[in-house]
Design a protein around this ligand. Structure first.
Ligand code: MN
Length: 283
């Protein structure tokens, strides 16, 4: 049976990157494009829950395509719902790389993640725009090589691929998470009022074996990802510690102390009255 490949992106349906990806994917199966009607870069995995979604048919070249008034995650969810049987979701090719902690913001990767959440394999592909507009025709052989390598890897639910303009070959990598390049920068509007840009600063000292390291050294970076964010080491450590102080009725010592404290009536004074909690949400 022919592979059914749904294609989305975060740059919008008219991006040259999505057409390039559709052309490469057509060598491997049947292709359907469902993508945002306008650019949705850095939207992460937002979904539209406060208004309805609509889609309109927008054939691109010879590809059946639909544009959606929503986010990349919306497009993938809607595409999977409408097309019934989808075997693989490809997202991209993004105009700009998605390396390291940028993965938290990436709409390109989020489209692939949305597929993985729905039980379908997702692969995100991004390329560099550092040297100007990408030459997608020149990238075709590399994209086809990556797809022929990854499509048989059925055990990988989610994969992040970053392709330099000119590559020396392919490297399997881990996500670089030790550094973060996002920051807010203050500027002024024409009336001299303060404005702020959330932007990125260049990073140095990329850790060997990471996606950033591979990209900086002109390798195609392929990172297998997982949806489970649990910190296994900390979980194991906390469980080992808490299990030692478990009491017979299954509660921990700290829970027991809390119950005793609550059962004791106490006159409320100004100092014991609950003060409102201040939540620090801004990093
Ligand atoms: Mn983008």
């Amino acid at each position: 049976m022919k592979l059914r490949i749904l294609i989305s992106n975060d740059d919008g349906i008219y991006s040259p990157g999505i057409l390039s990806l559709a052309k490469a994917a057509a060598h491997f199966g049947e292709v359907l494009i469902v993508a945002p009607d306008v650019e949705q870069s850095s939207m992460g995995q937002a979904i539209t829950s406060s208004r309805p979604l609509r889609y309109k048919r927008t054939p691109i070249d010879n590809f059946e395509a639909y544009r959606v008034n929503g986010t990349p995650a919306d497009c993938v969810a809607l595409g999977i719902y409408q097309w019934k049987r989808v075997d693989l979701v490809l997202s991209g090719i993004n105009l700009g790389v998605n390396l390291g902690n940028a993965c938290w913001h990436s709409g390109t990767l989020a489209a692939a993640k949305q597929a993985a959440l729905l039980g379908i394999r997702g692969i995100a592909l991004s390329t560099s725009v550092l040297d100007g507009d990408p030459d997608f025709d020149a990238l075709q052989p590399c994209v086809c090589e990556v797809l022929s390598l990854l499509i048989p890897e059925r055990r990988m639910p989610l994969i992040n691929v970053n392709i330099p303009a000119k590559s020396r070959g392919i490297r399997w990598t881990r996500q670089a998470v030790q550094q973060y390049d996002g920051r807010a920068v203050r500027g002024k509007d024409p009336l001299k009022r303060p404005i702020y840009w959330f932007t990125i600063k260049g990073l140095k000292d990329e850790e060997k074996g990471t996606d950033r390291w591979a990209f900086m050294n002109h390798w195609v970076s392929i990172t297998p990802l997982r949806l489970d964010l649990t910190d296994e080491k900390e979980l194991a450590r906390s469980m080992a510690r808490n299990n030692q102080v478990m009491t017979n009725n299954g509660s921990t010592d700290s829970q027991k102390t809390e119950r005793v404290r609550r059962s004791r009536p106490r006159k409320q004074t100004l100092s014991t009255r609950r003060r409102p909690k201040v939540m620090l949400a801004i990093r």
